[in-house]
Write a protein that binds this ligand. Structure first.
Ligand SMILES: [Fe+2]
Length: 206
């Protein structure tokens, strides 16, 4: 069973005005689709790895034959990161988290606003292409970090609770070089129910 491009869970224009329609079309139908196709090509001679979830593939990069490892890292990372990304956004999103996630953010960062500032700052400072993340670290605590290219926190044994894509392809048509403006606007489309679900899943290891 080959990896498949998951459908976008809302219309291309659903995240307007924060993320424009054309960016969503290209980002999902071209960029994410290319990661899926390239991942399938890279694993075409690795049937056992190709039968795993994409999360497990990127957790087990060291088992990928060396000749395919860079392609799997880039494209498996691209597939798992974008599959999360579409789900943690929604139209009429935004606001603030509630429940255990809100408490954990408060406890770790002092306030929701401090967390947001650290998350945005990690995104602004990521040189070139990459992602900014809220992760559960190996001691079970929340942390903000960023990764280069399509690297996933899963590759380092960390659990990605939420992440924002700071590749130019995520924002350049609307925001051009103004990455900080994109990072600020993005909070208006966050799907906190899905982020909370991921936090719970990451803590229980399921
Ligand atoms: Fe992307």
């Amino acid at each position: 069973m080959a990896f498949e491009l998951p459908p976008l869970p809302y219309a291309y224009d659903a995240l307007e005005p924060y993320i424009d329609t054309q960016t969503m079309q290209l980002h999902h139908d071209k960029h994410h689709a290319a990661y899926v196709n390239n991942l399938n090509a890279a694993l075409q001679n690795s049937a056992e790895l190709a039968s795993l979830s994409v999360e497990d593939v990127v957790r087990r990069l060291s088992e990928v034959p060396e000749s395919a490892r860079t392609a799997v890292r880039n494209n498996g990372g691209g597939h798992v990161n974008h599959s999360m990304f579409w789900q943690i956004m929604k139209p009429n999103g935004g606001g603030e988290p509630t429940g255990e996630l809100a408490s954990a953010i408060q406890q770790t960062f002092g306030s929701f606003d401090t967390f947001k500032a650290q998350f945005n700052d990690a995104g602004v400072k990521r040189f070139g292409s990459g992602w900014t993340w809220l992760v559960i670290d190996q001691s079970g605590k929340l942390a903000v970090m960023s990764t280069a290219n399509q690297d996933s926190p899963l590759m380092d044994g960390l659990y990605p609770v939420m992440g924002n894509d700071v590749w130019d392809h995520a924002y350049y048509l609307k925001y051009q070089n103004r990455r900080p403006d994109y990072l600020n606007a993005w909070w208006n489309v966050v799907n906190w129910d899905e982020v909370a679900r991921r936090y719970s899943q990451g803590r229980t290891g399921s």
